[in-house]
Write a protein that binds this ligand. Structure first.
Ligand code: ADP
Ligand code: MG
Length: 464
């Protein structure tokens, strides 16, 4: 039977409006407003989605609900086929230049976004969507950010972008500011790090300028606060931000935050502020995959007007897997060298220059105690708790992570690691490592946390 004979659009439309009643408004606008009914075939409804990432998320989150609702309505088992089609190309960020095949499949490349005509003085002019390479790891966050910049205050409010260090949080949040500002110069855009927000607040109290401080932050149209993990333990600043949040939120002003971890992992945060952060849309940035790393390096090179052969880009993409900042650092090293000796970079020189960066040996200068300190500090527990016997949830996960990281970063045996954790048996350490690995498979937020911890440990190690 040919397509066209069937028409299940009524069932689809009715199912969608029932689902709308069942889930939150935010969820609905995030996941359902971009689904478009296409056509029907024998027992099948075809629906378009804007990207493969989107399709996977919708399937994973809502397919059972959709199928059940369709079944209730039609009495038959209707399947749903999601087709990836960019529904509204102009409402998507521009993926920069020469994306790889895989990217093209994952994220359809829309026409380039307009470059901001006028940049905002608090924002870096190069932090724009045009310079942000999109891959599976960040397409969701980038799309949300772009939508916000286009229509601040209307959807995804507030929005929290989280992810490990060097994955593009600052780049994205500033891109929102730059684009929004370039399109509406009367828009009051304020970008501030949580650290600056805190020190300005403390200063305002000292100088008795509380009112000015309040006025400044409560009169903006688009408030961008970077690195809110800095607010942990800062009660008064949290309190102030809470009120700022409410004032802006109640008047439909857009608020965007970034954080180096999911909100649930933040410690020493008042419940009501946590609740505000979790409201709206929380999106994560993952480390880029190989193709995206390659595309990012390509783009950086284009902007640098230095010739670096593809085989060198492959070499870097293969060996540096952590984050974009590390990719950039490797590239900068090569470019600096090329400038200095006035020579082109060959594969051999690149290997030579980046030997120590790639080697990533088990780090001899990292002790188990250093790992314990960084992990305990991150989770806001004491060293003794981390090493001790208590088995509460708040302590068990950090302990297992510390053991896992110790095995990843050092040459110590499971027996040696066990000894440093209150004389535990080596099987406990093995078990902990297995637990962490299996948890990583089911919980995608864990890996960025581990990467973040590893980086902090390296930094800590570099201080000595
Ligand atoms: P974070 O704030 O998450 O630590 P940044 O936004 O500072 O990370 O990003 C680190 C560097 O990597 C910046 O120079 C940024 O421009 C670059 N970068 C990150 N993600 C991308 C991307 N997807 N495309 C191009 N450059 C990126
Ligand atoms: Mg940052």
């Amino acid at each position: 039977m040919s397509a066209g004979t069937w028409d299940y659009s009524m069932f689809w439309n009715e199912a969608i409006s029932r689902i709308k009643e069942e889930i939150s408004e935010q969820e609905y606008s995030m996941w359902f407003e971009n689904l478009k009914y296409l056509d029907s075939r024998d027992s099948e409804i075809r629906v378009s989605v804007p990207s493969s990432f989107y399709r996977d998320q919708v399937k994973q989150r809502y397919l059972p609900l959709i199928s059940q609702t369709l079944r209730d309505l039609s009495g038959a088992k209707l399947s749903v086929d999601f087709l990836v089609q960019p529904s509204n190309p102009s409402a998507r960020p521009a993926s920069s230049k020469t994306p790889t095949k895989r990217e093209q499949a994952a994220v359809p490349v829309p026409p380039r976004a307009k470059e901001p005509r006028k940049t905002h003085k608090q924002l870096k002019p190069e932090y724009i969507f045009d310079n942000f390479v999109i891959g599976e790891n960040n397409s969701f966050a980038a799309n949300a950010a772009y939508a916000i910049a286009k229509n601040p205050g209307t959807s995804y409010n507030p929005c929290l972008i989280y992810g490990g260090v060097g994955l593009g949080k600052t780049h994205l949040i500033q891109s929102i500011g730059n684009l929004a500002y370039s399109e509406q110069q009367d828009l009051k855009v304020v970008y501030v790090t949580a650290e600056t927000f805190t020190s300005e607040f403390i200063e305002a109290i000292k100088e008795k300028k509380n009112l000015q401080f309040k006025n400044k932050y409560r009169s903006v149209d688009l408030l961008l606060i970077d690195d809110i993990h800095f607010l942990q333990g800062k009660k008064e600043t949290q309190e102030e931000l809470f009120h700022t949040f409410n004032a802006l939120y109640d008047s439909n002003k857009q608020i965007v935050f970034t954080c180096d971890r999911p909100v649930s992992e933040l410690k020493s945060l008042t419940e009501r502020l946590r609740n505000r952060f979790e409201r709206g849309l929380n999106v994560d940035l993952q480390p880029p995959d190989y193709e995206t790393r390659f595309a990012i390096l390509k783009q950086k090179i284009e902007n640098n007007s230095v010739y670096i052969p593809d085989e060198v880009i492959e070499l870097i993409s293969k060996n540096i897997t952590t984050n974009v900042r590390d990719l950039e650092a490797a590239l900068t090293r090569l470019i600096a060298y090329a400038d200095l000796v006035n020579k082109n970079i060959t594969l051999d020189t690149a290997k030579q220059l980046l030997k120590d960066v790639f080697a990533n040996p088990k780090q001899v200068n990292i002790s188990i105690e250093m790992i314990q300190r960084v992990v305990a500090d991150y989770f806001n527990i004491t060293l003794n708790e981390l090493r001790g016997k208590k088995r509460t949830k708040a302590i068990v996960l950090p302990r297992q992570l510390a053991m896992y990281i110790a095995r990843e970063m050092t040459e110590f045996s499971t027996t040696e690691v066990g000894l440093e954790f209150g004389g535990r048996d080596h099987t406990t350490v093995m078990h902990a490592c297995q637990r962490v690995e299996s948890r990583m498979n089911s919980d995608s937020t864990l890996e960025p946390i581990i990467q973040n911890l590893i980086r902090k440990i390296k930094e800590y190690g570099a201080k000595d």
